[in-house]
Design a protein around this ligand. Sequence first.
Ligand code: ZN
Length: 165
Amino acid sequence: MASDIERSFPVLSRGGAPPSSGRKPWAAIALAVAAAAGLFVWLVAATASPPEKSYASTFDAGVYACAACGEPLFRSEDKFHSTTRWPSFRLAIPGAVTTRRDTSYGLERTEALCARCGNHLGHVFPDGRLAGDTNSDADLRYCVLSSSLEFRPRMNADERASEPR
Ligand SMILES: [Zn+2]
């Protein structure tokens, strides 16, 4: 039968295709919806799955890069043993991290983002010493999500020398 859809969109039944093929676009749409649902499940899994990845107590020598674009953001030398559950740094690699005012949740905070790609990293708080930093000048704490970082251990002196600044 010529459906209402075909009368409304003649292009669907044009071109000598058998009348029964008029349903194919809907089959294609159903497939697309199923694919989108699969993608959604994958996205939820991808964004929610790494709870086991935590750099809070990682103190190996190396660089913490942006998990989204790979840009080096923090150095292990600037990480300190924080009383919080989050990886905490007293400073970032110069120019690698930008900040902006964040008033979400009714709070007044400073959001930290990757300067290269805008990836949300966490927040900057003026509580470095309070959170356990015994070597603080600026008393800042970059409170960073482990999931926003990718740790790259420093293997040897050569690698250190060629590290981007
Ligand atoms: Zn980035």
